[in-house]
Write a protein that binds this ligand. Structure first.
Ligand SMILES: NC(=O)c1ccc[n+]([C@@H]2O[C@H](COP(=O)([O-])OP(=O)(O)OC[C@H]3O[C@@H](n4cnc5c(N)ncnc54)[C@H](OP(=O)(O)O)[C@@H]3O)[C@@H](O)[C@H]2O)c1
Length: 321
């Protein structure tokens, strides 16, 4: 299995991780985005991710107010994985808080994750009451104390990412990653300079919503009635409206055509593109609500698209840049 370095931290991760927002049990505001898992315990999804070669898990305080973190710990325990054998990424919720809260709440994060240490601690969004400098000072303190191995950010703009990188470097630590929305249907980071800057600074881009929350699987194009049935808030997003589906149809068509050559699925091809098109600069964290989905998604690690196929997908998804 190919491994990639997370930023310049020395931490080795697989090109795909498992997104664990789906393990929120519909608790809290963000947790309600996904329905409660339908009879499939998170443990089985985690086991399938491990079986498929995935070695890291992305969770957050915000995902069910700690419920997702607990699911990750239980799932790993049930699988027999020992602490240190996998990489854990979680996130601090900066909402209405100052940087001091990073230090005040770290014991709660550790409690939720049980025996599994926090390898990557990310600031979920740039919205705290403190400066980026103060946030990075607190992160450096957590690294020095051994509470976390590395610090990352999420949803930071190019300028905010540069400031975070600089501030953490002053304490002697590299900024590991910026977790942002990136997929064939959202290529903004290629246009606004974020991807180039991350590369220049040696920061890994972690692509969230890599399947555009299910759109890139092609299932909603094939059966639009699924959208009404139960996709929660997603149905209000422009991509799920009739004109949105029409706009993304050529991308789905190309994914299907290429998938046919490999006996693969559109999801696998979409994820392959994301982790291959920019060399090793981007890793992705697809989420899954069903066992079959994670089994499908890990298949993206099992084949490689040709340069022509990568370029064909680049071309057809230009309207989303
Ligand atoms: N930092 C942030 O602000 C932020 C924001 C969003 C997400 N994230 C992270 O990124 C992870 C992934 O992003 P995401 O959950 O927004 O979107 P995503 O990974 O693009 O889509 C996941 C959803 O797509 C559907 N799906 C996945 N694989 C499928 C397959 N093979 N076949 C059919 N349907 C499939 C499932 O939903 P249905 O079964 O319900 O259709 C699943 O819940 C999250 O779990 C979380 O860890 C972070």
């Amino acid at each position: 299995m190919e491994m990639r370095e997370l930023g310049k931290t020395g931490i080795q991760i697989t090109p795909l991780g498992l997104g664990c927002w789906q393990f929120s049990s519909a608790k809290g505001f963000a947790g309600k985005f996904w329905a409660t898992l339908d009879g499939v315990p998170a443990t089985e999804i985690i086991q399938a991710a491990l079986d498929g070669g995935i070695n890291w898990f992305d969770t957050a305080e915000m995902y069910g107010r700690g419920v997702s973190e607990e699911c990750v710990a239980h799932g790993l325990e049930a699988s027999g994985k020992r602490p240190g054998e996998v990489v854990i990424a979680t996130k601090w919720l900066p909402w209405r808080r100052t940087a001091a809260n990073l230090l005040a709440t770290i014991d709660e994060r550790k409690r939720r994750l049980g025996a599994y240490p926090i390898d990557l601690y990310q600031i979920h969004m740039p919205t705290s009451f403190s400066t980026i400098r103060a946030e990075m000072k607190a992160m450096a303190e957590l690294i020095r104390r051994g509470d976390i191995r590395a610090a990352g950010i999420s949803n930071y703009t190019v300028g905010q990412m540069r400031r975070a990188h600089q501030a953490l470097a002053e304490h002697g630590f590299p900024l590991a990653s910026n977790q942002v929305n990136y997929s064939l249907l959202n290529r903004r980071i290629e246009r606004n300079g974020l991807l180039d800057t991350a590369r220049e600074l040696g920061i890994t881009v972690i692509a969230y919503s890599p399947l555009a929350q299910g759109l890139l699987t092609g299932k909603f194009h094939e059966r639009p009635e699924l959208i009404k049935k139960g996709v929660g808030w997603r149905k209000y997003l422009p991509g799920y409206r009739a004109h949105g589906l029409r706009k993304s149809a050529p991308v789905i068509g190309a994914l299907r055509q290429i998938a046919g050559k490999y006996n693969a699925t559109p999801s696998q091809v979409a994820l392959q593109w994301l982790i291959a098109f920019h060399g090793d600069a981007v890793v992705a964290i697809p989420g899954a609500t069903k066992l079959s989905q994670i089994q499908d998604n890990v298949g993206a690690l099992a084949f490689q698209l040709t340069r022509d196929e990568l370029d064909q997908l680049d071309e057809v998804s230009r309207p989303f840049k």
